[in-house]
Design a protein around this ligand. Structure first.
Ligand SMILES: *[C@@H]1O[C@H](CO)[C@@H](O)[C@H](O)[C@H]1NC(C)=O
Ligand SMILES: *[C@@H]1O[C@H](CO)[C@@H](O)[C@H](O)[C@H]1NC(C)=O
Ligand SMILES: *[C@@H]1O[C@H](CO)[C@@H](O)[C@H](O)[C@H]1NC(C)=O
Ligand SMILES: *[C@@H]1O[C@H](CO)[C@@H](O)[C@H](O)[C@H]1NC(C)=O
Ligand SMILES: *[C@@H]1O[C@H](CO)[C@@H](O)[C@H](O)[C@H]1NC(C)=O
Ligand SMILES: *[C@@H]1O[C@H](CO)[C@@H](O)[C@H](O)[C@H]1NC(C)=O
Ligand SMILES: *[C@@H]1O[C@H](CO)[C@@H](O)[C@H](O)[C@H]1NC(C)=O
Ligand SMILES: *[C@@H]1O[C@H](CO)[C@@H](O)[C@H](O)[C@H]1NC(C)=O
Ligand SMILES: *[C@@H]1O[C@H](CO)[C@@H](O)[C@H](O)[C@H]1NC(C)=O
Ligand SMILES: *[C@@H]1O[C@H](CO)[C@@H](O)[C@H](O)[C@H]1NC(C)=O
Length: 459
């Protein structure tokens, strides 16, 4: 027995193991050529990165690997029997040349939690490969030119384990493979659908994902968004819609979302009461949009937990003190940096100088009539008196708007009924109605804004 142990040690020492000494500990396990073994926090990592490998080498050690990393090689096929009785938590195959993964590839891998297949050349993947990965909780399929991917059957296969799914940039040009309604995925907590050319989202697309906490929809082509789309997602906390083409802030119905980011869209104005039903919101990011106005009632009844409303790099010229003062949270910051066109007004002066439950942060403003830039400190030189008073009744306006909306909707219903009797039909009634209603809704609000201005409801 001793002889055999000794021979293993000798074998390891002198023949197979290329030792590595870095910040990590020594690691004396047999590893394939071009791979290095590391021991970090009592966990073994097999590092086979950057080695021009074209196929998976044989890994003989029967230890439990925390990670086996093949990043940046030239592996193009994953076939069965490549992995023989392997215990590994995280298998990273990012940036290879993978074109195919055979069905029972992962059959002999035990305990696989994370599988990274991003930046490869996969055009299709059979969901059957996941029959053998019952513990998979993180899957990354980003940056692959998929022509076919049955996301639902994949989600079904992994429905009791998968929590984190990255599907960034997975569609080949002009061909969207993202379902318009997911049926499975009730276990998912994190979903990234960035860079997918998505132009619209079905109103009930995510309804099955009742445990979703983070939804990333950055870098798509969304022009509008139905405010009801997150209503059923009662655990949703973080929503990112950066770099889309939204022209208005939808009235989102969600009392769970805390962080909402809409950076780099085309939003021109903030709809009245847009945030009224986001009662848990703490942070709203509207940087790099086209905002030029905040209506007096926009921030009526906003969440008491709001601590940041960021509107850097927009088109503001004037700002109404009273519109900013509508929030009631105890410690709110309005960030208004890089608004190059902001004019120094008494409202701005008061917003900057007066102690209140919120603060405003901006670089400088333009001083009329010469429109020279002036720094914050120099605002004290202006001659504003402390004479701004706000008399805004949020409740009254809200009720009024809802009443008018109801009335307009009734009229619209009647009109449509008449049209229907005349035999006019829409192709896809359901979808068209949803689209139409959300468009109509914003349209009504604009009408109401105009009417209300006439009624002197706004300061
Ligand atoms: C991988 O191949 C490239 C190009 O043939 C070569 O420049 C590079 O040195 C190779 N890297 C290794 C680790 O062999
Ligand atoms: C990816 O696949 C396409 C065709 O399927 C092929 O033309 C291309 O060379 C492949 N790229 C790499 C890096 O393997
Ligand atoms: C998207 O993925 C393709 C490969 O499918 C890659 O060539 C391209 O650079 C990726 N685009 C982005 C924005 O990551
Ligand atoms: C994708 O669609 C656009 C516009 O619909 C078109 O101009 C372009 O040629 C299409 N590209 C491919 C690769 O089909
Ligand atoms: C709002 O946030 C609190 C914690 O900050 C959380 O306990 C509560 O469940 C959230 N409300 C909803 C409806 O998600
Ligand atoms: C807020 O939610 C309530 C109750 O669901 C609803 O009646 C009201 O219309 C919503 N407000 C807005 C502005 O969407
Ligand atoms: C606004 O807040 C007040 C006081 O907190 C509350 O009574 C009222 O119902 C809220 N209005 C809306 C439209 O949510
Ligand atoms: C600020 O005011 C001081 C003194 O009035 C003046 O010297 C300085 O040039 C002003 N700065 C700007 C940026 O206007
Ligand atoms: C507030 O004071 C400024 C400067 O004195 C004046 O121009 C403005 O008319 C006053 N506004 C009100 C509502 O009294
Ligand atoms: C601003 O809001 C605070 C707190 O709601 C209120 O006490 C104060 O009167 C408001 N300021 C003005 C000028 O109305």
């Amino acid at each position: 027995m001793w002889i055999s142990i000794l021979s293993v040690i000798v074998h390891n020492l002198f023949i197979i193991v290329p030792y590595v000494k870095s910040n990590d500990h020594w690691c004396n396990l047999p590893v394939p050529d071009s791979c290095r073994c590391r021991l970090r926090h009592h966990q073994y990592t097999l590092d086979c990165t950057n080695s021009n490998m074209t196929s998976i080498p044989t890994i003989t050690s029967s230890t439990t690997w925390y990670e086996i990393n093949f990043e940046n090689n030239k592996i193009n096929l994953l076939i069965k029997c490549q992995f023989i009785k392997l215990y590994v938590k995280r298998l990273n195959l990012k940036s290879n040349y993978l074109i195919r993964i055979q069905e029972s590839t992962f059959k002999d891998i035990i305990g696989l939690n994370d599988l990274i297949l991003s930046s490869n050349n996969l055009t299709k993947i059979q969901s059957e490969i996941f029959v053998h990965t019952p513990d998979l909780s993180t899957l990354d399929l980003s940056n692959n030119p998929f022509e076919y991917l049955d996301i639902d059957s994949l989600l079904e296969q992994l429905k009791s384990s998968l929590e984190i799914l990255y599907l960034r940039n997975i569609s080949s040009i002009n061909k969207s493979i993202i379902s318009n309604k997911f049926i499975y995925g009730s276990n998912l907590k994190y979903l990234d659908l960035s860079f997918n050319d998505l132009k619209s989202l079905n109103i009930d697309m995510f309804n099955s994902m009742i445990n979703l906490e983070t939804l990333i929809l950055n870098e798509n082509k969304l022009k509008d968004l139905n405010g009801l789309i997150f209503q059923k997602l009662t655990n949703l906390i973080n929503v990112k819609l950066d770099h889309n083409e939204l022209i208005e802030l939808p009235i989102i119905q969600s009392n769970s979302i805390k962080i909402l980011s809409l950076e780099e869209n085309l939003i021109q104005s903030l709809t009245l009461f847009a945030l009224v039903n986001m009662t848990n919101l703490t942070s709203l990011d509207l940087d790099k949009n086209q905002l030029s106005t905040i209506y007096t009632h926009t921030f009526c009844n906003t969440s008491l937990k709001l601590d940041l409303i960021s509107m850097d790099s927009n088109q503001f010229q004037t700002l109404s003190y009273c519109s900013l003062n509508m929030t009631t949270s105890e410690n709110l910051l309005y960030s208004l940096r890089k608004n190059e066109r902001l004019i120094c007004s008494c409202d701005l002066y008061k917003a900057y100088r007066q102690p209140k439950h919120w603060t405003i942060d901006f670089d400088d403003c333009l001083l009329p009539p010469l429109m020279n830039k002036i720094q914050l400190e120099n605002l004290s030189n202006s001659i504003c008196q402390n004479n701004i008073t706000c008399e805004i009744d949020c409740m009254k306006t809200h009720t009024q708007i809802l009443d008018e909306l109801k009335q307009l909707e009734e009229e619209e219903k009647k009109r449509r009924l008449v049209n229907k009797q005349h035999g006019q039909r829409l192709n896809n009634i359901n979808m068209a109605n949803i689209m139409f209603n959300s468009k109509l809704f914003s349209f009504y609000l604009i009408i109401i804004i105009i009417r209300s201005i006439k009624l002197n409801l706004f300061v």
